[in-house]
Design a protein around this ligand. Structure first.
Ligand SMILES: O=C(O)c1ccccc1NCC(=O)[C@H](O)[C@H](O)COP(=O)(O)O
Length: 264
């Protein structure tokens, strides 16, 4: 596991332990089921399988690779701009120490827009999936590099049991094989190497060549212009996750519209 990932997981473990000592797993599970029952849940997978270019627009205040990106945004206002630009779904980074996100950001986005929401965090415990659902998320991120096979499979089925999707993230073909083994049907390919922070579309290219039929692939990270989207659509991608470029764009709705017009 990369050093950065180990450091993030270490701080996250302490946070989850603290949260678990204030609210029981039964209570958070009940809150999750209540929230899922209160509204017609959105299908993250269906939103990404629509015709054309489907973009998951991310709310990302800061990151380990870039430091502060745009820390003072109002998540609800930004999410409305993303929706106006035709985003298929919204990703909210909820990790606090390295990305300056929070579950409050996710709740604010849930109250503001009517699109599927992904909780983007470092998830290793079902408690975090219940927290995500209780805050209004429709999908969670599961990072293959951070989880053993049994945990990956268990967390995926906890998400499914709540009617949520799991975006199972890989960076290499070896990780893709582990994602296949756990039955993942939505697989995100992170173009960013989490050890070196180097970004290359080769990751998306290599994984696309080995992905099983029927799996919905999402190309993630380092995307900012039409040419990259065009080249990825030629590899078979129709779903993309974009953070920093949208966070820095003077008019994120306009950038989304331009990217969605990219041609094969
Ligand atoms: O972005 C980072 O520096 C980072 C470092 C360590 C673990 C995860 C990291 N990012 C999470 C993401 O997956 C990205 O936020 C997401 O794919 C969007 O990437 P980008 O469009 O490059 O902001």
């Amino acid at each position: 596991m990369s050093d950065v990932l180990s450091r993030i997981l270490e701080t996250k473990r302490r946070k989850v332990e603290r949260a678990r000592s204030t609210i029981s797993i039964e209570m958070i599970e009940r809150a999750a089921r209540d929230e899922r029952g209160r509204r017609t849940p959105h299908s993250f997978r269906a939103a990404l399988a629509q015709e054309g270019i489907n973009i998951i627009a991310e709310i990302k205040r800061a990151s380990p690779s870039k430091g502060t990106i745009n820390a003072d945004i109002d998540p609800a206002t930004l999410a409305r701009r993303y929706a106006a630009g035709g985003a298929a779904a919204i990703s909210v980074l909820t990790e606090e120490d390295h990305f300056r996100g929070s579950l409050d950001d996710l709740r604010a986005v849930r109250a503001a827009i009517d699109l599927p929401i992904l909780r983007k965090d470092f998830i290793f415990d079902e408690f975090q999936i219940y927290e995500a659902a209780a805050a209004g998320a429709d999908a969670v991120l599961l990072i293959v590099a951070a989880l053993d096979e049994a945990t990956l499979a268990r967390l995926r089925s906890v998400a499914e049991g709540l009617g949520m999707d799991a975006l199972v993230e890989v960076h290499t073909v070896e990780e893709l094989n582990r994602a296949h083994a756990c039955g993942a049907s939505v697989i995100g390919v992170n173009n960013r190497n989490l050890r070196t922070f180097e970004v290359s579309l080769r990751a998306s290219e290599e994984v696309a060549q080995r992905a099983r039929d029927g799996v919905l692939l999402v190309s993630e990270s380092g995307l900012s212009d039409e040419r990259e989207i065009e080249s990825l659509t030629r590899m078979g991608y129709r779903a993309f996750l974009i953070g920093e470029a949208l966070m820095r764009a003077p008019d994120p709705a306009d950038l989304l519209r331009r990217l969605r017009r990219a041609q094969r």
